[in-house]
Design a protein around this ligand. Sequence first.
Ligand SMILES: *Cc1c(COP(=O)(O)O)cnc(C)c1O
Length: 386
Amino acid sequence: MDISYIINELGEERENYFNAIAPPIIQTSNFKFNTVADFRAALADEYQGNLYSRGFNPTIDILRKKLAALDGAEDALVFSSGIAAITVPVLALLQSGDEVICVENPYSWTIKLFQDFLPKFGVKTTFVDGTDLTAFEKAITPKTKLIYLESPNTFSFEVQNLDALSKLAKEHGILTMIDNSYCSPLYQQPIAHGIDLVAQSATKYLSGHSDVVAGVVTGKKTLLKAIFEKEYLNIGAALAPQHAWLLLRGLRTLPIRLTQISNTADKVIAYLNGHPKVAEVLHPFSNNNKDLALAKKQMKRCGGLFSITLKDPNLQKIEAFCNGLKHMLMAVSWGGYESLVIPACAGISTTDFDPKNNRHMLIRLYIGLEDADYLIADLEQALATI
Ligand SMILES: *Cc1c(COP(=O)(O)O)cnc(C)c1O
């Protein structure tokens, strides 16, 4: 399907709402029925239509159609956060006694899900180096039900081989799920590589304006229906229609935002690569990535998220550099219009900080929609202070 068609037309039945160009926010909790027979049918199969907005809603449906099509998937479920779009399907797929293989160093709340939350229900997770195929093979047991990927991850940007891992999983009857937030559907299509479920934090590129928290998971209809009928409805992390509307508005400009962000990031990365105080720029298309060829095969581009290390790394210098930035804002999240910085050390107590641990030294930058020269000037003056 053409991306322009998906973004501008798919799912928009304008004749149903006065031919308005922008879709309405159907701000309702419930929907009425004319006969007991209709009501009974809706209660018996809520996946088919509108009953109650903890399940589906017409504004939500427009968004689901577009997000499914962008991923090349049969269907999509949307959630009130990205982490709900990860947690709810994972809970639905697993039972006590099952095992998960998860890539090392995924998103922070994904680690907590597998490390702290699931053990309460008797589910064990093995974390493996995602760049090492044999590590996955070795970790598989008869109890393994799910291989969970995040390619690339969003701090150190290692990539996993999606074709090889989906093939390996299929051979063992194991489901695969990926967090595709970094690439968005525009830069990576995991379903075409055989991955079963694709989750994204829609808070990031899909919404793009740092004003809504949302998530999406896409995949086969049978799988999503099973998730919807139990854990989705029971956990109740549905997206509000107003937030779905904000996401629809954000989606209109997704391709142009991503192109602009990626072009600017390329210029900023070229500047940082040549800077005497910068040791390394980490991102999937970096020449230092040992899996560069794989990254280029799976991904179209990299977008605006990457990390740097300083040549003479110590806590004082890292803090001085970050404190010195005047336009790049110090904040969590990414994917909006505003450029951001987050040093790994901000998430580590000063007593736990280990100067020998390379991950503790990372400074993650996100490039937004500002001009490249404006951002480079900000980086230049902050680097000059250290
Ligand atoms: C932000 C993020 C999430 C979580 O999404 P929320 O919308 O904040 O719940 C998951 N994965 C990645 C890679 C993220 O960056």
